[in-house]
Design a protein around this ligand. Sequence first.
Ligand SMILES: Nc1ncnc2c1ncn2[C@@H]1O[C@H](COP(=O)(O)OP(=O)(O)O)[C@@H](O)[C@H]1O
Ligand SMILES: [Mg+2]
Length: 394
Amino acid sequence: MKTNVAVFFGGRSVEHEISIISAVQAMGNIDREKYNVIPVYMSKQSVFYSGEKLCDIETFKKGAPDKDGYPVTFVPKGNKTVMVNLSGGLFKKKDTPIDVCFPIVHGTNCEDGSIQGYIETLGLPYVGCDVMSSALGMDKVLFKNVLLDRGIPTLRCIDFGARDWALNSDEIEKRLISEIGFPLIVKPANLGSSVGISKVDDETELRSAIDTACSFADRVLVEHAVSNLREINCSVLGDRNDCKASALEEPVAHDKILSYDDKYRSNAGKSGSKGMASLSRKLPADLPSNKQEEIQKIAVETFKAIGASGVVRIDFLLDGDDNDKVYVNEINTIPGSLSFYLWEATGMKYTELLDRLISLAFKRERERENTMFTIDTNILNESSFGQKGSKGKI
Ligand SMILES: Nc1ncnc2c1ncn2[C@@H]1O[C@H](COP(=O)(O)OP(=O)(O)O)[C@@H](O)[C@H]1O
Ligand SMILES: [Mg+2]
C-alpha cells in the first residue's frame, strides 16, 4: 500500500509564488513507487484545491488553479482524516484518506505555525517543524532571544512596535543612535525575502527606513550592520535527538542586501521556476575547514535550541573586520527549494531527502503516541455547576 502524502502549498503569504515553485519541485521528486502525492494548493483567499494538474507549474503560469483543480476540505472520518471534494456534480470524487501532510509553504500565515496548527487539529502527522519551533523561527526577535539565552552567537537588536514608533520616534531614534550607531539594519520582525529591510548609513535615512519597515509589520528590529560581510548558509536535517549539518553555500548578492530578486529572479532561466535553487552561489563555500566546522556546529546547536525538525536552513553573517566572526542571522524553517541543492552537495539525492523527511514525520507521530492528549473524565456530570449556579471547583 502506498502512503498518501498531502502536499500543502501556496497560502496567504507574500511568498505564495515561491511556495508554488518549491512544492512543484518537491512533488516532481517524491518517490511515486512509495507515495501517492496529493497536491493541496491554498489560494491567497485560503480556499484549498486539489487535483492532478496542481502538480504542474504550467497550471499556475496559466493562472487557473481554481479551474484545473477542485475545492476540498479535511474532516476526521472513523479513525482516518480524509480529504473531501467540495465540488458537487457528476465528477465528484470519493473521499481521499490522508496518511501524512507535507507543508511546503513560506512566510507569515503559513510557515509560522499556522498551517502546522491546522494540521495538528486534524490529528495528522506532518513533515517539519512543529507549531512552537515554526513560530520561533518566524519571529526574528524571539529567535534571537532563544539563541542569546543559550550562548549561541547572534547580533543583539533593539525592537519596538509600529505604534511605539508613531508615538515616541524621537526617543527611539536617540536610543538607536547611542546604543547601535551607524551603519545599522532595519527589519520587520517577522517577514522574509528581504521585504521591508534597509541598511542605513547615517541619520538622514533612519526615519524613512523605519517607516518602510513599519508599513510591512507591526514590530521592527534594528541591529548593527556588518560592513565587511560574507553570508554563509547551512542546512540541518533530522530532529532534536539526531540531526546533521549539510555542506555550506555562499550566496552571491548583486547589491548590499541580498534582495528578493537575487533570491528568486536572477538566473532563474526562461522558465523562471527554479526558486532558491537558481540563486548565484559558491557551493561548497570557500572557507577553511575549521571555519566550516564551527558554522556546522553552531547550525546544529541552533536547530536544537528551537526544537526544530525536518529540514531547515540557517543563515550566517561573517564579519570580515573581526576575523570572520560568525553570527547566526536567521533560520528558515521551510527553506526555499527545501535546500535540496545543499543536500545534493552533501551526497544525498532529492528523492532520498524527501523520503527521510516523511519518515521523520512518522517518527515524531510514534513518539507522540506515548503522550496523552485527552483525559477521559465525567467532569460535566460530576460537578454541580449548571442552571443553579456553580458549586464545583472550577
Ligand atoms: N546585520 C546585518 N548586517 C549586514 N547585512 C545584513 C544584516 N542583516 C541582514 N543583512 C542583509 O539583508 C539580507 C536580508 O536580511 P535577513 O535578516 O536575512 O531577512 P530575510 O528574512 O528577509 O531574508 C541578508 O541576506 C543580508 O544580505
Ligand atoms: Mg534571509
